[in-house]
Write a protein that binds this ligand. Structure first.
Ligand code: SF4
Length: 168
């Protein structure tokens, strides 16, 4: 069996982002993996009941996803709403789908307070990024799932080839 990949739905062009748009990753590997039936798309935030469009959200005070998971940080909307509970639910939904579909790898769009894997915004809504991960990425990593950013797609291809070899 070919290893499956949990993927941010917006990377497949699904219009699920806060601004009501997708952000398709146009790469031959995406086309190939789609044809192979490897891709398991999910928008964790929408799965947790957040609407489209929705106010932009950031993890407060420059904290990261792991701090949110441990109750040390909140996720807040630019308009002031506290969406921490929805983001925690989003992370659990992502892990549950990955587990039920046998995904040991994930490809997530960077910069998101949920899906960010290398960088997130600093909580000031000033457009400043800091090194860190979102709540979904942190939850998946805690569970041992290998998480890759969109710009690490070639590294994911190498990891998948290895996983396919092991499964033979
Ligand atoms: Fe895309 Fe993830 Fe944000 Fe959903 S939660 S819009 S999949 S980055």
């Amino acid at each position: 069996p070919k290893a499956r990949i949990l993927v941010s739905a917006c990377l497949l062009g699904q219009a699920v982002r806060y601004d009501g748009r997708g952000k398709p990753l146009l790469h031959p590997l995406m086309t190939l993996w789609q044809a192979e039936g490897r891709l398991v798309p999910l928008c964790p935030e929408v799965s947790a009941g957040l609407p489209v469009p929705r106010p932009p959200a950031e993890i407060a005070a420059g904290a990261g996803g792991a701090a949110v998971l441990s109750g040390m940080a909140r996720v807040v909307e630019k308009t002031g709403g506290d969406v921490t509970a929805a983001f925690l639910q989003a992370a659990e939904n992502a892990l549950a789908l990955a587990t039920s579909m046998g995904c040991r790898h994930a490809l997530l769009i960077d910069g998101s307070p949920s899906c960010g894997t290398l960088a997130i915004y600093d909580g000031s809504f000033g457009g400043r990024k800091v090194a860190g991960e979102g709540v979904v990425a942190a939850r998946l990593r805690q569970a041992g799932i290998a998480v890759f950013a969109d710009r690490e797609i070639e590294a994911l291809a190498c990891a998948l080839a290895e996983a396919d070899r092991r499964a033979l």
